[in-house]
Design a binder for this molecule. Structure first.
Ligand code: AMP
Ligand code: MG
Length: 521
């Protein structure tokens, strides 16, 4: 087996917790605690990502070897691996929640691949840690399948994300009350091995600031600048570097959210502990994909009343989260105005990138003054008429400006009564749109090709993930790989796979797991 090369800088350069017990506690003055994964009874490799394996220079044969499988299940450590859980806090649903930390994630160290890239490995669901609070440190199969598939699907869509190497069944049951109604049941357990350049979250900085530990906060900031941002301005004064780095974090976060809005992804739990410092989508829990276009839609049942984390509010919440990070970093500088100014980088980057993204979605070279009204008009109509977002944009690419077909969008409607009601409004809008298209230089074919490179044909619709989960729970994990195979080329129409691009079937409209997701995972 090829030996993975480890260089565990997070552990080497940042202070660890001297307490080596695995007891629940508040951890002060340290960024991590050493903790071993808890072995599981009967590991089985249910699915893997060859692309993520390649990042680690692992062949699929190596990935399937007994030694690696044992490591991916938390039953052994390979040479160079060190097991640890990190300390972070977070604002949950708008309120400071104190210490959270890796309650069921255990880091295994940092692989340096042959190209010199650094990849942290992290097992999710590998057993309790000092940060597990009242929970068991485990993850159920259904949520692990969702994390595995979505991490890789997002990557293939071009959305910044943490990756998933493997999905391993544990052979053990996990007890969960999925609907929080007192009916707990045993479910199969699983472990995902996640891979990312860094798993550092906003909450890692917030917890240190909340505790007034400026020295360690500064150390973590310096560490992050060096390891994760290869700090281009080492010589400048610290305040300037801090502001420049924070502006970079703001820009990355903005770009990530622009991608979410482009593909119709709703994270579902944008707490500050679920925000990656690198602007990667992280922590796939009760996330969802927009079927019928609705800016107010949230997949998370816990958020159903407040809709804090609904589709349309994601940009605003991302900024709010960055403000909380700025509050934390404020401990390091006498002049916080530079941090506030850096927050403008978020608005600027978001504004610019979103405008470019919407132009591309609609097949326009760039947005002109009147285009906002044109776009808002169709978004309002799509909402009212319950139009499938993904199907709509693939249909839109087919518009022939010389002869717009009024029935073009029929496939995107969920309801015949709404089609009857709204068809004339769509036809009228289509007229406006084709007039606008006549100002564009690109040929219809070129426009269609460009639109189909940005508007996906295949996304991980909630019900598709649920179907793969149900077959896996019944003993057939093959659908996971089959679905991932489709999602590997989300922009290319794939012959024989029309079922995967079709809009949500009626039976899935109100089914748990297909339209509403519980946080219980
Ligand atoms: P989440 O909402 O999944 O991002 O989790 C919020 C916090 O709860 C994090 O600190 C997690 O580590 C912790 N957590 C969630 N589920 C579990 C679990 N089953 N066991 C231990 N900690 C958990
Ligand atoms: Mg989390």
């Amino acid at each position: 087996m090829s030996a993975l090369t480890f260089d565990n800088r997070f552990l080497r350069d940042l202070p660890g917790d001297p307490d080596l017990s695995n007891e629940i506690r508040q951890v002060h003055g340290a960024c991590w605690s050493a903790v071993m994964p808890t072995p599981v009874a009967a590991p089985g490799l249910l699915a893997h990502s060859p692309e993520t394996a390649a990042l680690l220079d692992l062949t699929v044969g190596e990935l399937q070897s007994p030694a690696l499988l044992a490591a991916l299940a938390g039953n052994t450590l390979l040479p160079g691996m060190q097991a640890y859980a990190t300390c972070y806090g977070g604002h949950q649903f708008g309120h400071w929640a104190g210490q959270l930390g890796d309650g069921r994630a255990i880091g295994l160290g940092e692989v340096v691949n042959r190209a010199g890239q650094r990849w942290e490995l992290q097992l999710k669901g590998a057993g309790p840690t000092p940060y597990s609070r009242r929970a068991d440190g485990r993850a159920v199969l259904r949520s692990s399948i969702r994390e595995f598939l979505c991490s890789e699907a997002m990557h293939h869509l071009g959305v910044p994300t943490t990756r998933a190497l493997s999905l391993v069944s544990t052979g053990e049951a996990v007890r969960r009350d999925m609907f929080y109604d007192g009916n707990a049941a045993n479910e199969p357990g699983a472990i995902v091995c996640r891979v990312a350049p860094s798993f550092t979250r906003f909450g890692h900085f917030e917890i240190l600031a909340a505790r007034g530990d400026g020295a360690l906060l500064r150390q973590l900031v310096e560490f992050t600048m060096h390891r994760d941002f290869n700090d281009p301005a080492r010589h400048q004064d610290f305040d300037e570097r801090l502001a420049a780095w924070f502006a970079d974090v703001c820009s990355r976060t903005a770009l990530m959210v622009v991608h979410w809005m482009r593909v119709g992804f709703v994270h579902g739990v944008m707490n500050t502990d679920n925000m990656s410092i690198l602007g990667l989508t992280i922590d796939y829990g009760p996330y969802g994909w927009v079927d019928n276009f609705d800016p107010g839609w949230t997949p998370n049942t816990t958020d159903a009343a407040g809709k804090r984390y609904c589709f349309g509010r994601q940009p605003e919440i991302a900024r709010w989260n960055l403000e909380r990070l700025a509050d934390a970093l404020g401990l390091l500088t006498a002049d916080t105005s530079a941090l506030s100014a850096a927050l403008d980088a978020f608005d600027e980057t978001y504004g610019r990138a979103a405008s470019r993204m919407y132009a591309q979605k609609f097949g326009l070279a760039c947005l002109q003054d009147d285009d906002a009204a044109l776009i808002n008009a169709i978004f309002d109509l799509m909402h009212e008429a319950e139009i499938d977002m993904t199907v709509f944009f693939r249909q839109l690419a087919q518009v022939d400006p010389a002869a717009p077909a009024p029935g073009l969008f029929v496939e995107a409607f969920y309801r015949a009564d709404l089609y009857a009601q709204f068809a004339p409004a769509f036809a009228a809008w289509l007229q406006r749109y084709t007039v606008r298209l006549q100002q564009e230089a690109a040929s219809p074919n070129a426009r269609q090709a460009a639109m189909n490179r940005i508007n996906p044909c295949y996304v991980l619709r909630n019900y598709l993930a649920q179907q793969a989960i149900e077959s896996a729970e019944q003993g057939d994990p093959g659908h996971i790989a089959a679905l991932l195979d489709v999602l590997r080329h989300p922009y290319d129409e794939q012959p024989g796979r029309a079922a995967f691009s079709a809009k949500r079937p009626d039976w899935a409209r109100h089914k748990a797991g297909c339209s509403m997701l519980s946080c219980s995972s």
